[in-house]
Design a protein around this ligand. Structure first.
Ligand code: GCV
Length: 684
């Protein structure tokens, strides 16, 4: 990053940029053209494609052509499309479906706004996952669990009578990046969502999203038969309960014939589930699958389960789900968070990926930054998701990456899917932080094609969002800064495999010392860091909890040995002595200090680079991001001081002189209570 400063001199020329509030996301092309766009069919989705192109496309005539017979589409998803230049006077977009043509239209417009379309076009695109979903953790009272961008965009009170114009904008933004499904409500689901009153509201949203190729899904509460239906039980093997769900499914599909299905959080964090009745996850999931099957609906059953007790939390999902591999109906898919604990800034991939071989498994990624600085910190997350998707599980030999064991290329699964927990709210700029829009965008792009690089995605996002051409210096600088941002967050929060050092009551600031008498031990940071006078880190090796044994032997061996375990995960898998020699030659304590320091210094560079870009960004967005970057640096210092001063009590070692001195007293940090309703003012 330092060498970037040398380029500053080239950037101080002034260009005029018009103030923007970020509400248009990456879709900022002017709608003032009148291009010639022809179609060979009619329909609502095709009309949208035609309209998008005719108002924004600046090139030669485009023909949108439904072609079900084309050789290229045989054996591929119906959402596939081709874009081909036909001589000098026409571009032909073909697909077996209207939806594919809409994706093709957005592809062409993306090219126009990014790398251009001068070369002859010969494109064939097909999505890697069939189901590409956002998960909203939105409650019916419009609060959003772990949401940092205002209230829920779903205005339940005024639905179905009043339709916010935002729903259409939301649909358009999602379609432009290939997202084809959305779970409207929180996985901590209220039974009320299945009441007829709410289903009418859901139906109204579904009507807006449908022409954009987006299906709606709902999170359900497993106790709905009892709580909503008044039955004495919600036991999945009870005939009346089964009938209740069947009737409910019929009611839903009568209203919404293309309803997608259910997402289920069961027997997790206090929510009801089949185990309450002595039944299994398979019993619960299959019962729901059976009622959805005639309607072609699916069940996404979450594997995010853990209970307080002696067993390492990181092992529990695998232990609970592996015995049921192969016992689920074919319209069930198991939804697994990328890591075995909970969306930490860095985790190894969940060992369930690749290990479940007879049941489809999908990754759940978190777009909202619950553990990465809310909407205050810049953290471009594609590198984190790629780290998971590109991880080799070794389950079917070398190259069995998480992406490949979930996208159907290794296991012959009928359903392939990926989900991202949305970072969307009713803030004008949708995501709270202008740069956080890139995470929504990146999720969609990766869900379509997980082989895209983080760099490609960020460059095209920057080009569209700020009109900074790819290959020009400003785009390069901003993209590079964003690419480095997630690692910076890891470094100033939890480097070297540390995890869950967050404060009780929120997941924003540090509280490695947190100790609430009587609280669940697995919700306390000390459960995870285990710092003592000897060292720090969770021993998950064969001499500890043996979580390493849940990985394929090739990986198990690497993780198990403190000398071969990747240092980025060393404190995840090992309790490491303070004076352990790291690869750099420093001892662990020093390395920890250097990592925190480097995270803090990165945030200062981010500020600097952003300031250099001032004349290339409109004033409104420039100032908003500038102010967020100040908060990020203050928070990074807070994290570094809190963690180093606290862990120093155990290491009893000095902070190396090259590292900047703490500016806070540990006592004061330990007394500080963050007002979570005002986290934007965190450490002023
Ligand atoms: C929706 C974590 C979060 C919870 C979330 C849960 C889950 O525990 O802190 O807010 O609940 O994960 O994914 O179910």
């Amino acid at each position: 990053m330092k060498q970037l400063i040398t380029t500053f001199v080239f950037l101080f020329f002034s260009i005029s940029v018009i103030a923007e509030d970020g509400s248009k996301l990456w879709l900022r092309a002017a709608h003032n053209n009148n291009a010639i766009i022809s179609v060979n069919q009619k329909g609502p989705t095709l009309s949208i494609a035609q309209d998008e192109l005719s108002t924004q496309w600046k090139g030669m005539p485009v023909q949108l052509h439904i072609n079900k017979k084309k050789k290229e589409f045989q054996g591929r998803s119906p959402e596939s499309y081709t874009i081909k230049t036909q001589g000098k006077n026409k571009i032909l977009i073909e697909s077996p479906t209207q939806q594919g043509l809409l994706y093709g239209a957005y592809h062409l417009l993306r090219l126009q706004e990014t790398i251009g379309t001068k070369d002859e076009l010969d494109i064939l695109e097909t999505p890697r996952y069939n189901y590409r979903l956002l998960n909203h953790w939105d409650n019916l009272d419009r609060t959003v669990e772990r949401g940092y961008a205002g209230k829920s965009i779903w205005n339940w009170d005024e639905l179905p009578g009043t339709i916010s114009p935002r729903y259409k904008e939301y649909a358009r933004a999602n379609a432009s990046i290939g997202i084809n499904g959305t779970v409207l409500n929180n996985v901590n689901a209220s039974p009320q969502i299945l009441s007829n009153e709410y289903l009418q509201k859901v139906n109204a949203i579904a009507g807006i999203l449908r022409p954009y190729g987006i299906k709606v899904y709902l999170s359900i509460n497993f106790s709905s038969p009892a709580e909503l239906g008044g039955l004495p039980t919600s036991d999945p093997l009870n005939k009346e309960v089964q009938q209740w769900w069947k009737n409910k499914a019929d009611e839903i599909y009568k209203l919404i014939p293309d309803f997608g299905g259910f997402l289920v959080k069961a027997n997790s964090e206090g929510l009801p589930g089949p185990q309450d009745f002595g039944r299994t996850h398979a019993d619960g999931a299959n019962m729901l699958a059976d009622v959805l099957k005639p309607h072609k609906g699916i069940v996404m059953w979450r594997a995010f389960v853990y209970n307080p007790g002696d067993e390492d939390r990181a092992k529990q999902a695998y232990q609970e789900f592996m015995p049921f591999d192969g016992q689920f109906r074919d319209n069930v898919i198991i939804q697994v968070k990328n890591g075995p604990v909970d969306f930490q800034p860095r985790e190894p991939f969940s060992p369930l990926f690749g290990a479940m071989q007879q049941t489809p498994v999908m990754a759940e990624l978190q777009i909202t930054q619950e553990y990465l600085g809310f909407s205050n910190h810049m953290a471009y997350l594609a590198p984190m998701w790629k780290e998971c998707l590109d991880s080799d599980t070794y389950q079917q030999g070398e190259g069995s990456t998480v992406a490949k064991v979930t996208d159907g290329s290794i296991y012959p699964q009928k359903i392939t899917a990926i989900a991202g927990v949305a970072n969307i709210g009713n803030d004008v700029n949708w995501c709270g932080h202008h740069l956080a829009q890139a995470n929504w965008y990146a999720f969609g792009r990766l869900a379509w094609n997980h082989e895209l690089t983080s760099e490609e995605i960020v460059q095209e996002w920057v080009a569209q969002t700020f009109s900074l051409p790819i290959n020009d210096e400003p785009n390069y600088l901003l993209s590079k800064t964003m690419l480095e941002s997630r690692e910076a967050v890891v470094n100033y929060m939890m480097p070297l495999g540390l995890h869950h050092l967050f404060a009780w009551g929120h997941h924003y600031g540090p509280e490695p010392w947190c100790n609430i008498p009587g609280a669940r031990p697995d919700w306390m940071p000390s459960y995870y860091h285990k710092a003592d006078s000897e060292g720090i880190g969770f021993n998950r090796s064969s001499t500890g909890s043996n979580a390493v044994a849940q990985y394929h032997p090739s990986l198990q061996e690497i993780y198990d040995d403190i000398n071969t375990c990747p240092e980025a995960l060393i404190l995840w898998f090992h309790h490491v002595p303070w004076d352990f020699k790291m690869k750099t030659g420093s001892i662990l304590w020093e390395e920890l200090c250097y990592k925190y320091e480097s995270g803090v210094q990165d945030t200062r560079y981010f500020q600097l680079i952003w300031d250099v870009l001032e004349h290339h960004i409109d004033e409104e967005r420039f100032k908003a991001v500038q102010s967020k970057l100040k908060i990020q640096t203050r928070d990074a210092v807070w994290w570094m001081n809190a963690c180093l001063l606290y862990f120093q009590q155990f290491s009893q070692m000095a902070i190396p002189f090259e590292v900047e001195r703490p500016i806070y007293e540990l006592d004061r940090l330990m007394e500080f209570r963050l007002d979570i309703t005002n986290y934007e003012n965190a450490m002023r």
